[in-house]
Design a protein around this ligand. Structure first.
Ligand code: AMP
Ligand code: TRP
Length: 335
């Protein structure tokens, strides 16, 4: 197989995945399997940078894994595992903690957002989150990293760490991974507010479509989605000041593969009373097979654990030798 490069990406096992995660990340991950060697990681060590209930964490690791497989990540084609099973991630993160500077981490906006007002009470792990992320990517010498806009700064730090390591030890060891930033256009917004992102942390479940929602839930949520009283425009420009309408049309486009213009050529001039049921049907067509497959997989948790163990073995076959080289370069082991 000819490969266009090596992809690494990660997703946290916290809460249910929703339509935003699917259209913004997972669908792309599935498509990338055609041209790239892909490594997809359930980043459980990142999850524990904020407090987690052990029971929930254990369940979420399996749920996210099942969801990825149900969405089309094929464990026989791609490497799929959870981070904590492959010790080289944490090991390389420590090395990077000794390469990255306080000043670099102090600039990270995600830490500032997540730590909030009470920084003194944030964990050291939350602060060092970006060096672990750099280790995730670089212990595979990944060349391409698909992420959302919010992770761009962490990717830039990863590149800085790779450069700093190479120059500190006068080697050409780590590559400069290329970010593949998900475009804002593919961002799915809340069903209740077209200006804020669909998010698992929103307190209202009516704002999002979870990949595990029943057919009835989906139909209800779309029926109740916020809209305006106007009919749909017949051209995409007409959506400019109508965030809720635009969001629904974009979801339609993301799920059907049709352009916004094509969709508006069909629905332009008609009200949401016509568009919403068509959208609900489309969402159900895409989501239902995923949630059914997910439930089948989750009925046999031991099988999921076996898949993760086998993914971890494949991952280790790559990271083991990389860490041996790193130790030689640093002087921890003989050359
Ligand atoms: P999160 O759920 O925030 O941990 O994000 C996991 C992945 O899903 C990241 O790649 C995000 O960029 C993507 N993602 C999360 N929410 C949305 C959304 N509303 N629209 C598009 N992509 C999203
Ligand atoms: N920080 C990423 C997020 O919250 C998840 C992540 C961890 C990741 N390690 C990664 C993404 C390495 C890409 C590459 O979305």
């Amino acid at each position: 197989m000819t490969s266009a490069g090596r992809i690494f990406s990660g997703v946290q096992p916290t809460g249910n995945l929703h339509l935003g995660n699917y259209l913004g990340a997972i669908k792309n991950w599935v498509e990338l399997q055609t041209d790239f060697d892909c490594i997809y990681c359930v980043v459980d060590l990142h999850a524990i940078t904020v407090p987690q209930e052990p029971v929930n964490l254990r369940r979420s690791i399996r749920e996210v894994t099942a969801c990825l497989i149900a969405s089309g990540i094929d464990p026989s084609r791609s490497v799929l595992f959870n981070q904590s099973r492959v010790p080289q991630h944490a090991e390389l993160a420590w090395v990077f903690n000794c390469v990255a500077r306080l000043g670099w981490l102090n600039r990270m906006t995600q830490f500032k957002e997540k730590a909030g007002m009470n920084k003194e009470n944030a964990t050291v792990g939350l602060y060092a989150y970006p060096t672990l992320m750099a280790a995730d990517i670089l212990c595979y010498k990944a060349t391409h990293v698909p992420v959302g806009e919010d992770q761009k700064q962490h990717l830039e730090l990863t590149r800085d760490i790779a450069l700093a390591f190479n120059s500190m030890f006068d080697v050409d060891f780590f590559p400069q991974p290329e970010p593949q930033i998900q475009k804002t256009a593919s961002r799915v917004m809340s069903l209740r507010d077209g200006t804020s992102k669909m998010s698992k942390s929103d307190t209202s479940d009516a704002t999002r479509i979870n990949l595990t929602d029943s057919v009835d839930d989906i139909a209800q949520k779309i029926k109740r989605a916020k809209t305006d009283p106007e009919a749909l425009p017949s051209e995409a420009e007409g959506l400019a000041d109508r965030p809720e309408a635009r969001n629904l049309v974009r979801i339609f486009s993301g799920l059907s593969g049709r352009t916004e213009s094509h969709i508006l050529a069909e629905f332009g001039g008609q009200g949401f009373g016509v568009f919403k049921p068509a959208l609900a049907e489309l969402v159900v067509d895409v989501i239902s097979p995923i949630s059914q497959k997910m439930n089948q997989l989750l009925a046999e948790p031991d099988e999921i654990d076996k898949l993760l163990a086998s993914g971890a073995e494949q991952a280790y076959a790559i990271t083991g030798p990389v860490l041996e080289d790193v130790k030689k370069i640093i002087g921890l082991t003989p050359p």
